[in-house]
Design a protein around this ligand. Structure first.
Ligand SMILES: Nc1ncnc2c1ncn2[C@@H]1O[C@H](COP(=O)(O)OP(=O)(O)OP(=O)(O)O)[C@@H](O)[C@H]1O
Length: 294
């Protein structure tokens, strides 16, 4: 059990969800509700993450219900800072694509860009877009986790991962602007196609990390699902989308051009039974009314 020193909320730790450079994340239960609890390793980094989440809590965006509680856990004479957030039950985006298939790439891109537009509208840039920081729940709902890299526009990006960073590819600065996230988005989607996956994990010498090389790889993109988005990805790498709203509109246009409907939600087994029962009941009612009045 973890009891907050100040707010006195009591959480039962169920299991570990994961660990990164900044902290450990646990699945916790309060009453009958599940949450994710992050215990920070470094108090300064932890506080900076909490400050961003607190600001987003005040915003008019889907992020405003993400942060639940901020407190310290006192144990063995020491205080351990933690925060509690919404628990996201989902798969890492790579695993989701592997399980469900590449036909979902278009929809995932649409949802991720939409999320970024909310963050950007509130004056922030995500900074550390990478596979590990994107969870996908059923039916393709995309959620960002790990707000450690979230940076106010105009400041130097707080935390990034080399291959997603436009500075690494000599394609621009590390000053937080919307195009920075759109560039990382493009790398992510190139990486999500099997073809480029291997190539990204290889170590490249500094002189080989160029925008031309990225575009050359894009040209060779054999993946059918991603093919339609290649013009978008090229523009994103070139920094031509100065806002995520523009990027979202462009992706959306290609998504519909592709002419593929959203993978639809299957009707649940018991919903189907109720629909059938309702139909039979209405037929019986109709026959009996007709019989009664005729
Ligand atoms: N809200 C959440 N719901 C479900 N799982 C989560 C949540 N937040 C984090 N996790 C899990 O915990 C792991 C570590 O969390 P997080 O990425 O925030 O740590 P970090 O130390 O900031 O990582 P990094 O070293 O990448 O910066 C994630 O990869 C994810 O699997």
């Amino acid at each position: 059990m973890v009891k907050g020193k100040w707010n006195e909320n009591l959480y039962r730790v169920e299991r570990s969800l994961g660990e990164g450079e900044n902290g450990k994340v646990y699945l916790v239960k309060k009453g009958s509700a599940f949450f994710a609890m992050k215990l920070g390793f470094d108090p300064v980094d932890h506080q900076s993450e909490v400050n961003v989440l607190k600001q987003l809590t005040k915003s008019d965006s889907p992020f405003n219900r993400f942060l639940i509680d901020v407190d310290d856990y006192h144990s063995g004479g020491k205080d351990y800072p933690f925060y509690v957030m919404k628990y996201i039950k989902g798969l890492k985006i790579t695993d989701f694509v592997q399980v469900k298939g590449e036909k979902w790439l278009g929809l995932l891109g649409l949802h991720l860009l939409k999320k970024l537009t909310y963050l950007h509208a509130n004056g922030f840039v995500f900074g550390d877009i990478k596979m590990e920081n994107i969870l996908v729940s059923d039916y393709g709902a995309v959620e960002l986790i790990d707000f450690g890299g979230v940076t106010q526009k105009g400041r130097a990006v707080k935390q990034f991962t080399e291959i997603y960073d436009r500075g690494y590819w000599g394609a621009g600065t590390r000053i937080a602007d919307e195009a920075y996230d759109v560039f990382a988005f493009a790398i992510l989607f190139m990486q999500l196609s099997d073809h480029a996956h291997d190539w990204f994990s290889r170590h490249l010498l500094p002189q080989n990390r160029t925008l031309d090389l990225l575009k050359e790889k894009l040209q060779q993109e054999p993946n059918n699902e991603l093919q339609v988005y290649v013009p978008f990805l090229r523009k994103a790498l070139d920094g031509e989308f100065t806002s995520s709203i523009q990027a979202y509109a462009a992706w959306k246009a290609l998504f519909y051009k592709r002419g593929k409907p959203f993978p639809s939600k299957p009707v649940k087994g018991n919903t189907l039974v109720w629909i059938q029962a309702g139909f039979i009941a209405s037929v019986v009612l109709f026959i009996s009314v007709w019989y009664f009045y005729s």
